[in-house]
Ligand binder design. Structure first.
Ligand code: GUN
Length: 284
């Protein structure tokens, strides 16, 4: 079997084009969405992500405000910037790129972002709303994964869904989104006994372990939908958490890396920013 390729680049372009049309309509009624993107330090991968986010804003017609702060920025300085952005009427969404340098406590920063500007959906208010099944913003990467699952044509209802990885950014919220669509959800991780067997149960397998090519074809049920969230740099080449060559022989549908989940995350961030702007103006 050779798997259907779930082309995240293509799907994300479609979503961004719809958003572009929507933003031009919003501007006619005086709504001008704006996103603040905050980058602290010199992490090259973070710089690449931030640039992609800015480019997407430009394409859609969202105003972006970039804050590139030095590596030695203190937690107090960053908290002050977040407070300023919370109060800034032109800023509808605030994104603080993670990871932050070690002198800054990430949780303190996330907890300070106004939940209605928290387009990453990392604030405990938004995490709670996701948990109760009544989200304000959908978490970007998990929401992008769901779009690609839908693209595969599979109905999540009643299916065995396995999420490999338990991070706050992907694994945990991913499980909630699959559950919201009535999947039977298992989260497995580095301490799971018989991880291979657990993965092999999956009709829908989401790989978010952060280990290059960790999931092999032998760990996949024939016909499964495999979504690869991993972005790992190996000798200058980007590979996912799934060994694509062996997995694509077994799966019915699979995402490539790059060009799978990555562009979807950005499209979902844009969607949240437009929603944040609409929310802001509906409260104003
Ligand atoms: N670092 C890795 N992924 C993300 C993300 O989705 N949002 C932010 N802010 N930082 C990240």
């Amino acid at each position: 079997m050779s798997a259907k390729i779930l082309n995240g680049k293509e799907v994300s372009e479609r979503i961004k084009t719809e958003l572009k049309d929507k933003v031009s309509e919003l501007k006619k009624i005086g709504i001008f969405p704006g996103l603040a993107v905050v980058l602290v330090g010199n992490d090259p991968a973070s710089r690449v992500y931030v640039n992609s986010k800015k480019r997407a804003c430009e394409f859609i017609g969202i105003e972006s405000f970039e804050y590139a702060l030095p590596e030695e920025t203190t937690e107090k300085q960053l908290l002050e910037l977040v407070a300023e952005l919370n109060a800034d009427k032109k800023v509808n969404g605030i994104l603080v790129q993670l990871p932050l340098p070690e002198q800054i406590n990430e949780e303190n920063i996330i907890n300070t972002i106004n939940p209605l500007k928290d387009v990453d959906a990392f604030h405990p208010f938004n995490v709670g709303r996701i948990m109760t099944g009544n989200p304000v913003f959908l978490p970007c990467t998990p929401a992008g994964v769901m779009e690609l699952v839908h693209e595969s044509g599979i109905d999540v209802k009643g299916k065995e869904c396995v999420v490999a990885g338990r991070s706050n950014i992907v694994g945990k919220p991913q499980a909630m989104l699959l559950l919201a669509e009535h999947g039977t959800v298992t989260i497995c991780h580095s301490r799971t006994v018989n991880l291979e067997e657990v993965c092999k149960r999956a009709d829908i397998l989401v790989a978010a372990v952060g280990k290059p090519e960790f999931i092999k074809g032998s760990m996949i049920k024939p016909g499964a939908v495999v979504i690869d969230v991993g972005i790992n740099r190996i000798n200058g080449k980007i590979v996912g958490d799934v060994e694509f060559a062996s997995a694509s022989e077994v799966a019915s549908a699979i995402t490539p890396v790059p060009g799978g989940v990555g562009p979807m995350t950005i499209a979902m961030l844009m969607k949240n920013t437009v929603k944040a702007a609409e929310l802001y103006y509906s409260r104003a």
